[in-house]
Design a protein around this ligand. Structure first.
Ligand code: HEM
Length: 492
């Protein structure tokens, strides 16, 4: 009897799945997109899933078989993978398609309802208010912080033994986290080495959280896995990432109240802006968690990849070094870098943009389509309630737009070449009204840090670029350390 009930349920479940995948009006429109044969219940999950380090390659294969705008059934959930600029531009430039897809549910549970994950009116109001925290008037203060932490990093790099190949990622992430911590969250408990004194419980929590969600984005089995972890998380809430951030926020409010009325000439930080409107402590903590993660992991991975690419391509590194020498003279960077100096760093900026193209720290983003969208370059319609995954890394490697896409060539980003590029062909910071709020901040930060490092050291590597693989996650990094050697420039 028991077995009969089980078989009956499996039978009904399979029929239901066949109906969902083939006979609903959504499925009929969706299945017009090219894609692999559909199997009841599992759909196409086995085509793209598997070990995390190989997802990029498997998606590349799928795209080469079915095209740059193709369909995937993840169980019964329809999913369009987009890696071409026309669909990307049409959807991301619209103010309608700003809701995040199912992929973000796992992240939302970890990081709360901060800016990257909130929806509807909450997102609109928060974004409007937080834009004020990153407006031009704030950048003088940010620049001081970038300079201070950049110099700390330069000193830390000086302690690495000469000619020893080293993974710089930890130092770069401590630097990037210290910057966000101080400039956006007004916390100054930074030690002389540039590390946050409490390190780095919060830093460790961010890394742990980021690691645990890696891969859950594409993998339905991992979603289930995460749910079980969440129940465990509830039990030791006090020691969780969330608990630690709440403690920091309460401490900040206490210190702010104690020093109220005192003019200390310090910059107004993002937390001050959040505190201007009535919010629960949890809501503030959610924003803080998101800014800590979105503002540090992304930038540190971009710095790591850019340094690596310059190490692997010494001719381009020489051009950057000459540019810095022209701006700062033979003696290197003595005074804090100013906005005028930054304006002169054209080649360095082109190298950063090319690095963000080849190794975008956010490899893919997802939007939930809320109404049917007829694509303006072909005869296909994306039905409503479908998730569209913009595979930024594959979009950036479209050979029709970027010939020889894996070659590091910063000249792709001269002013003239950018003007020729189709809109939305290169979008490391996403595009449209839901783009990265920290884009300008990140670009200035990276230029300051890289100028300070590259004016002092020659970076080299033995890791061939063809061996570098990236993990597929929300924020991604190299799957193996990018070992680099630093030699003081004066000794070369
Ligand atoms: C190289 C560095 C960075 C890259 C490549 C990057 C990339 C991105 C991308 C692709 C998105 C869109 C995500 C989506 O649509 O799902 C995004 C959103 C966001 N980023 Fe960045 N980011 C960087 C640095 C930063 C920094 C420094 C901050 C903070 C100061 C920041 C804060 C945010 C926030 C809060 C959002 C959500 C915006 C919203 O939904 O309105 N990011 N970022």
């Amino acid at each position: 009897m028991f077995l009969t009930i089980i078989f009956f349920n499996i039978f009904i479940g399979t029929l239901w799945s066949i109906y969902q995948q083939r006979f609903t009006s959504r499925a009929k429109k969706f299945n017009k997109f090219p894609g692999a044969p559909i199997y009841p219940v599992v759909g196409n999950v086995f085509e793209v899933l598997g070990d995390l380090d190989g997802v990029i390659e498997r998606v590349s294969e799928y795209i080469s078989k079915y095209g740059r705008c193709c369909r995937v059934w993840r169980l019964n959930a329809p999913y369009i993978v987009v890696a071409e600029h026309r669909t990307t531009h049409q959807l991301l430039s619209s103010a309608t398609h700003i809701e995040k897809g199912l992929d973000y549910d796992v992240l939302r549970k970890k990081f709360g309802d901060g800016l990257p994950f909130s929806q509807g009116d909450k997102w609109r109001q928060d974004r409007k208010q937080l834009n004020g925290g990153l407006k031009p008037g704030m950048f003088d203060g940010f620049l001081k912080v970038f300079n201070k932490h950049g110099k700390n990093l330069r000193n830390e790099l000086g302690k690495i033994e000469a000619n020893v190949a080293t993974d710089l990622h930890l130092l770069l992430s401590q630097c990037a986290l210290g910057i966000v911590y101080e400039s956006l969250l007004g916390r100054k408990n930074i030690s002389a080495s540039g590390k946050i004194e409490s390190d780095s419980e919060i830093a460790q929590s961010i890394r742990k959280n980021a690691d645990s969600v890696k891969g859950s984005l594409l993998n339905p089995w991992r979603v289930l896995n995460c749910l079980s972890k969440l129940t465990r998380r509830k039990r030791d809430e006090k020691n969780s990432f969330n608990g630690k951030v709440i403690k920091e926020v309460l401490q900040y409010i206490k210190e702010k109240n104690e020093t109220e009325g005192e003019e200390d000439g310090e910059i107004r930080c993002l937390l001050d802006i959040l505190l201007e409107t009535p919010r629960s402590i949890q809501d503030i903590a959610d924003h803080v968690k998101n800014f800590l993660a979105a503002g540090s992991d992304t930038t540190s991975n971009a710095l790591n990849f850019t340094l690596y690419l310059l190490a692997a391509h010494p001719l381009h590194q020489d051009i950057v070094a000459q540019e810095l020498c022209r701006i700062f003279g033979e003696q290197g960077i003595q005074d804090p870098i100013s906005f005028d100096d930054l304006k002169e760093m054209h080649y360095l900026e082109m190298c950063i943009r090319e690095s963000l193209r080849i190794f975008p720290p956010v490899t893919n983003i997802t939007r939930r389509i809320k109404q049917d969208v007829k694509l303006n370059w072909c005869d296909l319609t994306i039905p409503k309630d479908v998730d569209v995954n913009f595979s930024i890394i594959h979009l950036h490697r479209d050979p029709e737009i970027f010939p020889d896409p894996e070659t590091f060539n910063p000249l792709r980003f001269t002013k003239e070449n950018i003007a020729q590029m189709p809109p939305s062909a290169c979008i490391p910071f996403s595009a449209g009204i839901r783009n990265c709020i920290g884009q300008k901040y990140a670009m200035i930060e990276m230029k300051v840090i890289l100028a300070l490092v590259l004016s002092e050291y020659v970076v080299s590597t033995n890791v061939p670029q063809k061996d570098v693989r990236v993990t597929y996650g929300f924020i991604t990094g190299p799957s193996q350390p990018l070992y680099m050697t630093l030699t003081p420039r004066k000794k070369v």
